[in-house]
Write a protein that binds this ligand. Sequence first.
Ligand SMILES: [Ca+2]
Ligand SMILES: [Ca+2]
Length: 109
Amino acid sequence: MASLPSGWEHANGTNPHGNDATEDLDGEGHDNTGEFAAGTAANDATSRFELRLLPVPGGGWQAEVFTRAGRRYQLQSGASVVGPWESAGTAFEGMDAVVAVPLPAASGT
Ligand SMILES: [Ca+2]
Ligand SMILES: [Ca+2]
């Protein structure tokens, strides 16, 4: 039994009759479940979720988020990868483009 919606599977070239949710059809490192959640194409390696952290001249950091229209994004930060996590900045709408988000300074700096 497939775990992803059949319509999405047909549109993305994955197998609607088998469970290939953990496979990576286009080989770009994101499995089919991740592609579905991110709104990216499972059959196109150039369509993938990506976030880059870039230093800002003069200090601080900026995130570049590869967004998809129809998705809402909220960056979060934490002192460790296991959390706790807190919202960083305000949520924003995706627009099928890269969105630059200035990151607030870490507390205590
Ligand atoms: Ca993939
Ligand atoms: Ca992809």
